[in-house]
Design a protein around this ligand. Structure first.
Ligand SMILES: [Zn+2]
Ligand SMILES: [Zn+2]
Length: 134
């Protein structure tokens, strides 16, 4: 476990901070052994948002699934067709393998896409994303 020497976050006396235990919900139990030998402080620290995000993406990419339209594996991509921010209904399409060759003057690589058209297909994607609430 890594140890950091810095002022204690609880009492601000200088000390050595170490993570003694990983708690649920991405929290860590931190113990600070103070330089002056006084009773160590203990507190919970939540991992920063970036750590939280990396540890989540390391597990399994939740955006990959078998396409509800064509059945092949693809990546879920969301877009909001209406620019009005109050409009919360996102639409989805699946991005599949690259289409061979280049497109247009700028030579953009294109990927095959399947647009989600039916409510059933949409709900499959929402379930996969863990956002299904109906
Ligand atoms: Zn302290
Ligand atoms: Zn597809």
């Amino acid at each position: 476990m890594s140890q950091i020497h810095r002022p204690c976050l609880k009492c601000s006396k200088p000390g050595t901070e170490k993570c003694t235990e990983i708690l649920p919900h991405q929290a860590m139990l931190i113990q600070v052994v103070h330089d002056d030998g006084s009773k160590p402080c203990e507190f919970e620290e939540y991992a920063s948002l970036s750590t939280f995000l990396t540890s989540r993406t390391k597990t399994k990419d939740p955006k990959l699934m078998n396409c509800p339209v064509c059945g092949e594996e693809g990546r879920i991509t969301s877009y909001r067709p209406n620019k009005n921010k109050k409009f919360h209904r996102w639409k989805y399409y699946m991005v599949h393998e690259q289409i061979p060759g280049y497109w247009g003057k700028t030579k953009i690589k294109r990927h095959r896409r399947c647009y989600v058209k039916t409510e059933t297909q949409r709900s499959e994607i929402l379930k996969r994303l863990g956002r299904y609430r109906y």
